[in-house]
Design a protein around this ligand. Sequence first.
Ligand SMILES: [Zn+2]
Ligand SMILES: [Zn+2]
Length: 488
Amino acid sequence: MQIVSCPSCGAEVKFRSHASVMAVCEYCNTRVLKDEDAVKDLGKMSSVLEDYSPVQIGTSGVLGGRAFTVIGRIQLRYSAGMWNEWYLLFDDGAASWLGDSSGLYTVTSARGTQPPLPAFEELKAGEMVRVGGERLMVSEVRTAECIGGQGELPFKVGDGWQARVADFRRGSSFLTLDYSDGPEPVVYTGMSVTLEAMQCQLLRDEEQIERSAGRYRGKLTALTCPSCGGAINYLPGQTANLLCPSCHAQIDAASPKAQVLAAGEQVEKVGTTLSLGAEATINKQRYRVIGFMVREDDEGARWTEYLLSGAKAGFTWLVETDDGWWRANVMPAWPEWEKTSADTVSLDKVMYGKLYDYGATVVYAAGAFNWRVQVGDHTRVYEFERGQTRLAAELSGEELTWSRSTRIPADQVHLWFGVPVKNLMRAAPPQKGRYGNAAKKFIMVMLAVNAIPLLVNFGGSLMLNLLGVLAIYLPALFLDSIDKGDPT
Ligand SMILES: [Zn+2]
Ligand SMILES: [Zn+2]
């Protein structure tokens, strides 16, 4: 460990890793560059947005038998949302990145470059690409911007620094190509992990998370809609994307002052069975409905997807269709899918047959989301089934995600939400009468974009090893189907 004085405020700034190039002063946010025996002031960096992540600087754990400590963090934002990259220092001096996105975690390590590798511009989500002799599916392509940082970091980074990355997957393994430093990408390999499996210690507890989520360190500002002044009480946190339930303005809560991204459109207000803010206890974990969206397929059939968030439990979805309720979770480990036209996929050696594929468009959305949802968002959904379980791939131009859903009896949803929900559920489902062909609607599961463990890795060059597997996330949820009326 090397300790230097912050050139701006004089406070102690620690460098625990030899690989660290700079550190952010925890008192004044100055970026301190370690340069031979001198230190340089690189200017200030924005504070990170306190989100729902239980991880913090100082969190420790074990991966593949090796102990590590979290020593740094950068927070990144891209067109659809934001996520954290935590910089891990292992006891043996190696380093890795822990990607932390909406409750999904991945650990990745740099592998250097192994040309020939595809050009960033050629990559498109859902396509199969050969990388290093292996055929992989492109899961995400994006350009992200650094919006805050903390602790030690292995390269010079500041507000506005751009990361250009593409993620590839096959089953539970994945690979990231990082084009941030130029056309020749750095290869990172990694896998999904869970905080439990890594026996993480010194995590933030539920109370700490709830107290700080959505607030900037040291600033306790309640969020009111900057457009209409209405209160928005189900918070930002990692869900920095809000749609005001009153005026429908699209708000970016990830900047110090909430900004209106787009004025609200005049859309017909939609009633829902579950209200924004409704609370549920599922498997002993507390959840709250923070957002919902109504989607429509190519034939005009509609269904409602509720996003639930728990301080400890992360995100999960409840989907209400005229065929009943489904609960869905984003999958950290993907099924094997040869190509998007394949009729079957396999997961843990079990085959799932294709049900159908269709286009799905968001026709209404309100509340907080962990990605930037807006009316008109269109994705292609591919659904597969085996018994009572469905797997769905959702493909947009930039991203591919998988979710797994299971049918939930209406009684169960009632139980989860408790008595008050009964009243809520009296509300007639909004699109009654619009559901034309009920028969086919089975479901749709959902899920949206985003959450996948993205891994990004910035430039840097560390080496590592990797391990772990698993995923994270969510329990399940909810309620009943009530009188969805007969579709006519
Ligand atoms: Zn300082
Ligand atoms: Zn508003």
